[in-house]
Structure formats: structure tokens, C-alpha cells
Ligand binder design. Structure first.
Ligand code: FDA
Length: 393
């Protein structure tokens, strides 16, 4: 790092943050012949890529479309997503002989390791002549005469790619929001998203027998609904369906679980009563639900199925299909995969990610108020927004 007062090294572009978006932007700008310096306080680039997808990196989703993203302006992401698509990233992987597979719901994972994706981007940066500075504290961002100065490097373009606030233990800081505010850009309210939900002690105690149970559900909150697995844990509710719905849930709201999506529990119970009336209710429910869940739904109901009138079976069906739970919170940024909200898209050009009011300033990736569903969408946004800025800086 240059000592204070020393004349700065000049570059064309400073990229702040060597994560998914920052590296993509640096590669693209470097390939255009721009002199790019990437600055990151972490000792290694792409740490979130490395740990993502259980170490296999769910790098994109074949169903990528603007409606898979939450934002104050739902159309904002459309331009970048249309210009850099999942197929473009797949072609990049092919050039580096990185094999992949579709796991489920259009989610693409590496066959090998997420480290291959990090190594690919680092190699591409080196080939594009990018100057990567790790373990470097950006310190105060200087801005004078249309030029930015960060950690002894001066350039007319600054790309903010420092991500969101999730997983502070991995170096997430929220610096992007401070920089945005300092330059007069809006920042929408931020909150942890794609995160497990927690419950009050009494409800948690009632759910305790289910800890460790996973089952396919439809999780609903307001108008949002996701058909995926839910997982009961000692702390509350997790699993893909719950992480998805957490992005839509707000304090005070209930969520609803359909434990047999697409089925009709009341009708099935009535049919079973005709043929297997001597069995207990929980025993019959066990055919369709994990035992602990069946027992919870039956709620210690005495007698056989034959003893239950239609209205009791209808009430049981209601519990199966509309089980209402009231979370009190989330596990927070400690475990959240992403940050909802961020730098207000109103101040950014959707084609270039440039700040409309500050020439040379760009914001990309998770720092922007664009948050994807679970399943590779957040990386696709990082690649696409990084690519878009990389064409113009
Ligand atoms: P990212 O967070 O990747 O990079 C920001 C960079 O800025 C980091 O290198 C950081 O060190 C640096 N930085 C931050 N503050 C700084 C400061 N003050 N000074 C200097 N540098 C600073 N998404 C997906 O699509 N598929 C998946 O499989 C997963 N899996 C997953 C697992 C886990 C555990 C998490 C936490 C997240 C995911 N995600 C995901 C989400 C995905 O990782 C995330 O959306 C992208 O990494 C965002 O890319 P960015 O480049 O915007 O930020």
C-alpha cells in the first residue's frame, strides 16, 4: 500500500470487493484493455463462492427471470439479466472444462468443487491483467476532480462490489451502503433473507418433537408460496421452502404450511375410515406424513378413525393443509444467505449499474436492492450486474 501522501498509482477502474460480482466486472473491464485494480480486505477472493452450495456452488438457475428477484423496482434487474444469461456463464465454465449438473428446479451445481469457480475467475483476472490487492483495507474513499482514490490507487471509475451484510464472520460489512449514502444515493431498508425462522419459547417447545424432521411442504406467506422441503430444527424452521418464504415474511405475520401439497387429507381420511376404521388417526396419517408430524397433527386424539365424525376429519384436513405458525424472528445475518434491500435502484442506471448522479461510480451485485430466490439466482445477478458494469467502466 502506498504511504499517506505518496503519489497514488493510477488505474482506469477500481473495483472494491473481490467477490462474484467484482471479479466478473474486473475480468470484463480488463479484457477491454482497461487498467483494473481490485481491492478487498479479505485474504482470499470469492470466499462466498467457495462455501456456496455446500461447497459445490449453485452458480446459476436455468429459470432465471426478473420475477425470481425481490426489489423496490421489480423491472430493474431485467436488462442485465437479459444481456448476461445462465447460458453465458455455462459457456464460460465450458471454456475452463468445469463440469456441472442440474440438481433440481433448474439449479446448476459444479460436479467438483466451488473452488474451481473461484480459480476460474482468478485466472481470468490474471489473463486480463487485473491487479488484485487482497488483505487491503480500503480506508477512507477519496473523491476529487472526478477521480476516486482508494488505498493509494486513483481512478476515474469506482465499482462498489462489497456485497451485503450476511455472514459478518466472513468479512461482510455493509460498506457499500455507507459509500452509497456518502455519495447521496438512497439505501432501502435491509434485512436478513434466505434465513431460518425462529419461534417464541412456548411454540418452540411444542415443535420440539419434530426437530430433525424434513418433509415436502407448500410454505405460504401472503401471496408468496414455495413448494420445497421444510426442516424442523432445535431453533425453529429451516429448509429451502422456509428460506424462500423468509424473504417475504415480516415481523408479526404468520406463515402457513401445507403438509400434503396437492393432496386432500380430509377426503383421504374419510376414505380410510370406510376401509381401515379400526386404526388410530395418527397411524393412518403416518402413511402420508413422517410419524412425528402425524402425531402432532392428530394431537393425541383418542379413539379409532371410525369414531371420528366428518367435522373432525375436516378439521384434521385443515390442520394438514393450513398449519399456521407464527415466527417471532429470523436467525439474522449470522446465517442469512443474502441481504434483502440495499442501494436503491432509483439512483442507478439498469443497463450499466452507474450511479445517475455521480459520474464514474457504479454499484453491482448483492449490494444493490436486488435479491434473488434461493437456487442460484443470486450468483446469476452477481455475474450479470458485474458483466454489465464491466462493459462500460
Ligand atoms: P460477495 O459477498 O460475494 O463479495 C463481496 C466482497 O467484498 C468480499 O470478497 C468481501 O471480502 C469484500 N468486502 C466486504 N466488505 C469489505 C470492506 N469493508 N472492505 C474491503 N472489502 C470488503 N447464491 C447462489 O446463487 N447460489 C448459492 O449456492 C449460494 N450459496 C450461498 C451460501 C452461503 C453460506 C452464503 C452466505 C451465500 C450464498 N449465496 C448463494 C449468495 C451469494 O454468495 C451472494 O449473493 C453473492 O456472493 C454476492 O456476490 P457479491 O460479489 O455481490 O458479494
Amino acid at each position: 500500500m502506498a504511504p499517506a501522501g505518496a503519489s497514488p498509482r493510477t488505474a482506469d477502474v477500481i473495483v472494491l470487493g473481490a467477490g462474484a460480482a467484482g471479479m466478473m466486472c474486473a475480468v470484463e473491464a480488463g479484457r477491454r484493455g482497461r487498467r483494473v485494480t481490485v481491492i478487498d480486505h479479505a485474504a482470499s477472493p470469492g470466499e462466498k463462492i467457495r462455501i456456496s452450495g455446500g461447497g459445490r456452488c449453485n452458480f446459476t438457475n436455468l429459470s432465471t427471470a426478473p420475477d425470481r428477484f425481490l426489489s423496490g423496482n421489480p423491472r430493474f434487474a431485467a436488462s442485465a439479466l437479459a444481456r448476461y444469461t445462465p447460458q453465458d456463464f455455462i459457456a464460460k465454465l465450458a471454456r475452463h472444462a468445469i463440469a456441472w449438473h442440474e440438481k433440481t428446479l433448474g439449479q446448476l451445481f459444479c460436479d467438483g468443487s466451488a473452488r474451481d469457480v473461484v480459480a476460474m475467475l482468478v485466472r481470468e483476472m490474471a489473463e486480463a491483467g487485473v491487479d488484485l490487492r487482497l488483505s487491503t483495507d480500503p480506508g477512507e474513499i477519496g473523491h476529487a476532480n472526478g477521480r476516486f482514490r482508494v488505498a493509494g490507487v486513483e481512478a476515474p471509475s469506482l465499482v462498489v462490489a462489497t456485497g451485503g451484510k450476511s455472514i459478518p464472520k466472513m468479512g461482510a460489512t455493509g460498506l457499500a451502503y455507507d459509500i452509497a449514502r456518502r455519495f447521496g444515493l438512497g439505501v432501502t431498508a435491509t434485512r436478513p433473507a434466505l434465513v431460518p425462522l425462529t419461534f417464541a419459547p412456548q411454540e418452540l417447545a411444542a415443535l420440539a418433537p419434530l426437530a430433525g424432521v424434513a418433509l415436502p411442504v407448500r410454505a405460504t406467506c401472503g401471496r408468496a408460496a414455495f413448494d420445497e422441503a421444510a426442516l424442523f430444527t432445535h431453533r425453529g424452521l429451516s429448509g429451502p421452502a422456509i428460506l424462500q418464504i423468509s424473504s417475504y415474511w415480516r415481523e408479526g405475520e404468520a406463515i402457513m404450511l401445507d403438509l400434503l401439497p396437492g393432496g386432500d387429507a380430509a377426503a383421504a381420511l374419510k376414505a380410510a375410515r370406510a376401509g381401515r376404521g379400526r386404526q388410530g388417526v395418527a397411524t393412518v396419517l403416518c402413511a402420508a406424513l413422517p410419524r412425528a408430524v402425524a402425531q402432532m397433527v392428530a394431537g393425541g386424539m383418542a379413539g379409532t378413525l371410525a369414531d371420528q365424525p366428518d367435522r373432525t376429519l375436516a378439521a384434521l384436513g385443515e390442520r394438514v393443509h393450513r398449519w399456521t405458525l407464527r415466527p417471532v424472528g429470523t436467525e439474522g445475518y449470522r446465517t442469512a444467505e443474502v441481504t434483502l434491500g440495499g442501494v436503491d435502484t432509483a439512483g442507478l442506471d439498469s443497463r450499466t449499474m452507474a450511479a445517475k448522479s455521480v459520474p464514474g461510480l457504479h454499484v453491482i451485485g448483492e449490494a444493490v436492492d436486488v435479491t434473488g430466490w434461493l437456487g442460484g439466482y443470486n450468483f446469476q445477478w452477481a455475474w450479470a450486474s458485474g458483466w454489465a458494469a464491466g462493459q462500460v467502466v
